[in-house]
Design a binder for this molecule. Sequence first.
Ligand SMILES: [Zn+2]
Length: 175
Amino acid sequence: MPTCLPLVLRRCHACASGRLRANGKFRVNANHKVLDAWLLALCTACGGTARLTVLERMNVRSIRPELLDRLHGNDPGLAAELLQDPVVQHRNRMALDWDNAWRLDTGGSDRLDHEVIDVSVRFAARIPVRPVRLIAEGCGLSRAEVERLIAEGKLVSTVRLSGKLSGDFTFTLKR
Ligand SMILES: [Zn+2]
């Protein structure tokens, strides 16, 4: 689950830094019936303000009132949602850096000593992480042990456990 907003990977206009931090604030500009909205982000190096386009030249009447309320109210959840929106990411040519912006919640580990455990992993946000790392952390194993259990067929899943995942999966661990 996320613990804070991820960093935005995009070039700062004022300096050479490629990292911006959204502060959760929005700027909305309505001109007659046409509206623009931006999510504000500060450069982590120079502090310069960047505007990430959320809505561009939209007719006010075509925007859901609920969304307008959230923009005007600087809704903290909205910033998180929009940063993860592929349309917003594409429009602003940005990517996200989730390092140190999430944590694993195991909900307790009292069943880890069972001979066979079935575990389902749910992502509260589409955060790309290595399942090997999650399993190691959640089961109190080293990454090398997890790799060995996979190689020995004692750790199985319907998804590929190598590389990164950002969506829900399940695995079975037999000892
Ligand atoms: Zn900068």
